[in-house]
Design a protein around this ligand. Sequence first.
Ligand code: UDX
Ligand code: UDX
Length: 441
Amino acid sequence: MFVRRIAVVGTGYVGLTTGACLASLGHDVVCADVDAAKVDRLRRGEIDILEPGLAELVAEGIAAGRLSFVLGASAAVRHTEQGPEVVFLCVPTPMGVGGVADLSIVESVLEEVRTALPAGCVVVNKSTVPVGTAERTSELLDRADVAVVSNPEFLREGSAVSDFLNPDRIVVGGSSQDAAERVAALYSRLGAPTVLTDAPSAELVKYAANCFLAMKLSYVNAVAELCDRLGANITDVTEGMGYDKRIGQAFLQPGPGWGGSCLPKDTSAMLQLADAADFEFRLIRATIDTNTRQRQRMVEKVRLAVTGRRGGSLSRKRIALFGLTFKAGTDDLRDSPALAVAALLRQAGAELVGYDPALRPDNPHRDLAAITLVDDPYVAAKDAEAVVILTEWPEFRSLDWAHLAEVAARPTVIDTRNLLDPAVARRGGFEWIGLGKNQPA
Ligand code: UDX
Ligand code: UDX
């Protein structure tokens, strides 16, 4: 395997994982970020995000002299005398006005590095970008001697390192076959199937995959709703579906709606892409609408459980929220379905007390302003009219549900992740309400 000189711009979930993992594969990697304090912390091996194995890889990379951190993209490009052979762009591409991906950060990074890139270097887009961005990147760079390649990243938060090092596939697309092959070769030790294609196809793979996952979840959430209405059990239904190899067991858990930094952004962007191509992608529209409705549905479940009536008032009802991050295993609140449900409950007048194992009350987050955050689930449940499980943290299973029933005003748990063993909750004295679990909606 060739050892390559690599620069990574942006040290968030994607960039830091990419940099640390490529260093662990033997490459020489320099990572850049605009956040000076973050760069200082990374140099000391301090990681801001909750990501198993990442701190260890960063420490190993630094110790082996294969991983370093600098302030600003241009410093990364100038880090060695010869300059990088490959530059990964891993900067945010936020959802802009009307759901269009905002490329201004990518553009400003390109402007910063364009003249300093060495001849023969390959610029790799790892950020999720609209189809056509590789071409636009080439135009902005205006360097015939620098190739541009799209190499979408499929890692999940909470298992980023393991996903990166055990990928289902590597996808690389670009107009230069040689450049695409060089980028694919960076991963050769991972032995993953590799799809070499043109840039628009590579760019579309990421959207098509994430939209399909979102569609799968909206479908499951809709089937769970039907289970509620028909008195069927969603766990058995999805198990029965999942044994079909064409469907698979993964990604079939109903929940309060899907969220996070990717699926919402990518489904909106896909709609925009389709719109711009004069194609009405109704499946994606329905996928998003079903997700919006799912959050509202969770509120209706709480309303019914707490007031005993469909239109009952939640005004001044104290509700305990267990789990606020967008899924378990991360401290990320971006587009968290838990927060969307919380906002709707708040609108309905409820008073919210929240507990999340990954969040500390002394580190307030602006998204949590409507929630009184505490660091003890038993304090959260005190005098609550209902406990609502919104994130599937496994530790909730081993709480003392009998004790929670004693402190709560009403021992009712609405388990939007079907996380608990209902028998355990019931033994503790709780009324347990799940999703699609033989109970009328
Ligand atoms: C980001 C994007 O959100 C995603 O669309 C894309 O696919 C990959 O990059 P993530 O790594 O999760 O994903 O983002 P985030 O954790 O916000 O990290 C981005 C990093 O880029 C931050 O450390 C930020 O300081 C840095 N950054 C931002 C720069 O280095 N330069 C800038 O101009 C702006
Ligand atoms: C996703 C993609 O999985 C990943 O391939 C891509 O690179 C980035 O986007 P991530 O955002 O980290 O990863 O989260 P993911 O594990 O996919 O979960 C997304 C949302 O779906 C979460 O809100 C999660 O709780 C929800 N989910 C997931 C379910 O409700 N049920 C499931 O069975 C799986």
